[in-house]
Design a protein around this ligand. Sequence first.
Ligand code: TPP
Length: 875
Amino acid sequence: MTADRIPDHSPDHHPEPQDTDPQETREWLDALQAVVDGAGPERGRFLIEQLEVAARNLGIVSQAQPFSAYRNTIPLERQGAYPGDLRTEERLTAILRWNALAMVVRANEAHGELGGHIASYASAAEIFELGFNHFFCGSADGQHSDLVFFQPHSAPGVYARAFLEGRLSEGQLANYRQEVQGGPGTGLCSYPHPWLMPEFWQFPTGSMGLGPLCAVYQARFMRYLSARGLADTAGRHVWAVVGDGEMDEPESIAGLTLAAREKLDNLTFIVNCNLQRLDGPVRGNGQIIQELESLFKGAGWNVIKVLWGSDWDALFARDTQHVLLRALSRTVDGQYQTLGANDGAYNIEHFFRQDPAVQQLVAHMSEAEIDGLKRGGHDFRKLYAAFALAQATKGRPTVILAKTKKGFGMGGAGESRMTSHQAKKLDSTVLKAFRDRFALPLSDVDVEQLRFLKPAQDSAEMVYLRQRRAALGGPLPLRNAAAPVLPVPPLAAWGDFALNAAGKEMSTTMAAVRMLGNLLKDPTLGPRIVPIVADEARTFGMANLFRQVGIYAPEGQLYEPEDRETMLYYREVRDGQLLEEGINEAGALSSWIAAATSYSVHGLPMLPVYIYYSMFGFQRVGDLIWAAADQRSRGFLFGATAGRTTLSGEGLQHQDGSSLLVASTVPNCVAWDPAHAGEVAVIMEHAMQRMLVQQCDEFHYLTLMNENQAMPSLPPEVHGDLVQGLYRLQSFLPEVRKARLRLLGSGTILREVLKAARLLADEHGVACEVFSATSYSELARQAREQQRLDRIEPRLEKRQSHVARLLPGPVPVVAASDYVRAWPQLIGEYIDAPLVTLGTDGFGRSDTRQQLRRYFEVDAQAVVAAALEVLARQG
Ligand SMILES: Cc1ncc(C[n+]2csc(CCOP(=O)(O)OP(=O)(O)O)c2C)c(N)n1
């Protein structure tokens, strides 16, 4: 073997070093070849590994990138027999391709503006079908199935299959992306949205990057459930079909090392490497597949490349000099795209003719045969071998890098074209060519009318389709929300100290953590709570949980913790309950989603409680929270150290003045700004009743403060109003009343409002009623709905909202909060009185709390000034 028989892998990654002694190089390479020939590849690999260790010990570090040659990882000899009926599967796939395409083209012909994608599913059809026919396990209840994350814009292919399976009607297909007109359930949503199709889609993947990240954490959560003895998740697998362009999202790669570290062999990514994204090639001047291989290998994953279809096998077998492999390795993705967009003649001219030795390899082939050479991701046999190896791999997750063509089969209208992604209106010539290309049983008229294809129920295809799904346990995707009620222990049992605080000093964070600790002791609910932190447990005074419930660590604790002798030592344990995610808010939120959807994914309701710096929630991982909402999550988000003036020293990037406002924009997020420990208790009990007993698909966000203050007791008669967002706290009556005012405070600023009320009464003769506004968004939501009902179903007497009932008439209202003014302004439209708001708009900064409140003009003095101003204006 000569040096030039070693293929180089890519043009840019491998600057070839000077060979100063070719004779010696040849001897080494010949020796390796001889070992492989004589003792087999395993022995060869062993020797290389030994050499690597020795080299490292000598301080020689290989500069080679950790990727392999540009060919299939699984050689033909290890491919194994294909267990399916290839011809039937190919016919079915052709029908699915057509129906998916027809769905998109129809919608756009009719309405012109609905969008949709054809080229992505066209590239992924074989990947999806291989999974559906052989690997993606369903279950009758949908709660013991594999978890499949579908590439979002390939949804038409999933709908097309559900249509053949009888799960969707022709009418629904015809109403793709038209969800409003015909009423609920008559149309199909654009992407996988559990909110919109709650019995179908499980995982929202529409925002690129979140699918792959959540897939990792779902796989990990299954391990957590079984480690804690809560569910048997063995044998269930997580599959995520992801785009190669999507892999550029930071979230896509954020969970990779965790997946390897925790040995998640229940997880497989299939990256559909069609080499293109929306605007153009993913890596025009490089090779995305090689880059991803390095990335995943470096993270500790098993990598399986599926690059070339079976037609290439014979060519590679004859490529003993690796000339073909070398030519493929040197071709950049932009060039692959151009080759893919052109015919056999072009490929011969521009690829195979570059080297006479390469040309020689295909000299016997016609242009049509060259044209027909398929990429590995379109070859069921190659894909099957990869999926099977992924499933058999133990101790680490697997990624399958499947090379495909974007718009496969779309010809000039979209196959490997720069504009493939957006092709959605195809003319009849293109459609007929598509029909011919896939030998579809459609007349010209059928094609022109874009008729959906559904073979007879007793046809070979349909029988096969049903048999395969039956063999794999049932249909997918399937979402099932049925779950048992999780009883909530009586409030007095865990929140009494807060309800009857009687002036005791504490912060609302301390109170919430203490309640959490109490709830964890409840024999029924306790084990179902999943406390989650992102490296801030000590900040929030939760170190006691290390001991109380332990930190989940699949390997246990392999070291003697430094603080072993202390009461609250850092205790990692196999069945630990606390998820300590490290400095990784996106990971923590993904864990939270996995637990918050466990009721539907596993039929096992859990109560995740993720406590974090409030600034690093809605602002930092807001899109994940939006996905959580789509996924109908149920659980608690605790935004601690909340408010712009309570986190005194931390400054601009830590002080949160907006999370409540953002939270108010999430339709099923209930946002709370409690001022007292007792309020926290009542809100938590109300929220748990809603989520665990009434099983409402909502989650609750509570801001918590770290400022100690004397906590009042909370009388039972205010609980009802409190959970509607507003209750009357106290009245301040002057000796001689000159004017009347209502003051609203919330969170930590309530104290300033109380101080202001006293000043106003004592010094200015203003009678003040003070209210605690626990949730402006809930007040606004309810009032908005009443207003709407009054409009569409008018009644003689107008409906009265909670906020209008408590703040009737023209008495001016001054509302102060530790958040931007837009937060209290949410109620402005729903009261008759003038509303003056004080808030913390602008950037935070460092100083004492009192200075900050002065600076932002939310302290007692500022409230008094605003009150006097509005009263003066009113005369
Ligand atoms: C966060 C986010 N950014 C942008 C988009 C819009 N978008 C949808 S598909 C797509 C291209 C996807 O390319 P790739 O992942 O390579 O998948 P392909 O369609 O090529 O299979 C883009 C940019 C999105 N859905 N989510």
